[in-house]
Design a protein around this ligand. Structure first.
Ligand SMILES: C[S@@+](CC[C@H](N)C(=O)[O-])C[C@H]1O[C@@H](n2cnc3c(N)ncnc32)[C@H](O)[C@@H]1O
Length: 288
């Protein structure tokens, strides 16, 4: 039965369907917006090369751009006199279309130009190297996307090297010690790929790169995952495991263990009849 398990990352539309449901069931974006309001202005205050009239920003794995536009808004507020050139690297065509529609709707008031790269970060790196081009950026962000790159270490190294003087690299991943990290540490080797379990801080430490770390707490309502036959619950379970039709295609022992694990403290709690999973994330800010 194991042989027919398939990763949600093999199908852009399926991935997006599960990811959008996940977004509906978490308050992560609320806490992320709070982080952006409270901390981001200070973080971006010092970016920008002296004498430059514009800022270059790069979003890697931007998704639909909701968080990107929030970030761009904060940068613009801190640097009102400067124009912003924003590059987007995102492989999913549906996400790029959503992002473009969102830009049309929201960014008229902002002095921002957009360059779209519908490709993976590895393809972006390869293309830049082929063109012998080293474009530098004042701010680069990689939000919940490092799980999907071929080599986390190589990606961090490449994008860190693209930072302009005074530039900053912002990385968001699931929290070390949070629910996701624990689930994937326990079961990653039995899922199809072990992408969600990564230790970015160790990688940065090994590379002797300085960083600051901020914990952002969030919840994920996983109640529906325990209602057999509930379509939304199945999709959410698929996103948690990154396996298409997990309930139907996973070996019975794995399915039973995962469902049991998702109920356990300290990563889950019951609240008002709901089962709430720890969805904490960490924001890591790396200096030039
Ligand atoms: C979990 S979503 C996060 C999207 C967005 N940053 C957010 O926080 O809402 C991960 C995103 O990374 C993109 N992605 C997957 N593999 C990638 C790669 N190798 N390079 C760049 N982006 C990738 C996916 O298409 C998806 O939009």
């Amino acid at each position: 039965m194991n042989s027919i398990m398939e990763s949600i990352t093999s199908d852009f539309s399926y991935y997006l369907k599960t990811f959008n449901l996940y977004l509906d069931r978490t308050n992560d974006h609320v806490h992320m917006a709070k982080f952006n309001a409270e901390y981001l202005p200070d973080i971006v205050a010092s970016i920008g090369k002296e004498g430059s009239s514009s800022l270059n920003v790069l979003g890697v794995g931007s998704g639909s751009g909701k968080t990107d536009l929030e970030i761009l808004g904060k940068i613009q507020c801190k640097h009102p006199g400067l124009s912003i050139q924003n590059e987007v690297v995102e492989p999913n065509p549906e996400q790029i279309s959503s992002y473009k529609a969102f830009v049309k709707e929201k960014s008229q008031s902002l002095n921002i130009s957009f360059t779209w790269n519908q490709m993976t970060s590895e393809e972006y790196e390869k293309k830049a190297k082929e063109r012998n081009e080293v474009k530098k950026f004042d701010f680069i962000h990689m939000i919940h996307m490092l799980y999907y790159v071929e080599s986390v270490q190589d990606s961090i190294k490449y994008f860190h090297n693209l930072l302009e003087t005074n530039g900053k690299l912002l990385i968001v991943t699931v929290s070390d010690g949070g629910g996701w990290q624990s689930l994937w540490k326990t079961f990653g080797s039995r899922f199809i790929n072990s992408c969600v379990y990564l230790d970015v801080c160790k990688i940065l430490d090994d590379m002797s790169i300085n960083y600051q770390i901020y914990e952002v707490s969030a919840d994920l309502d996983i109640t529906e995952c325990f209602i057999e036959g509930n379509e939304k619950g199945e999709l959410l379970l698929d996103f948690l495991t990154h396996i298409i039709n997990f309930r139907k295609t996973a070996p019975p022992d794995l399915k039973a263990e995962v469902l049991q694990y998702l109920l356990q403290t300290p990563y889950s709690r019951e609240e008002n009849g709901k089962i709430i999973f720890n969805n904490n994330s960490q924001t890591i800010v790396v200096d030039y």
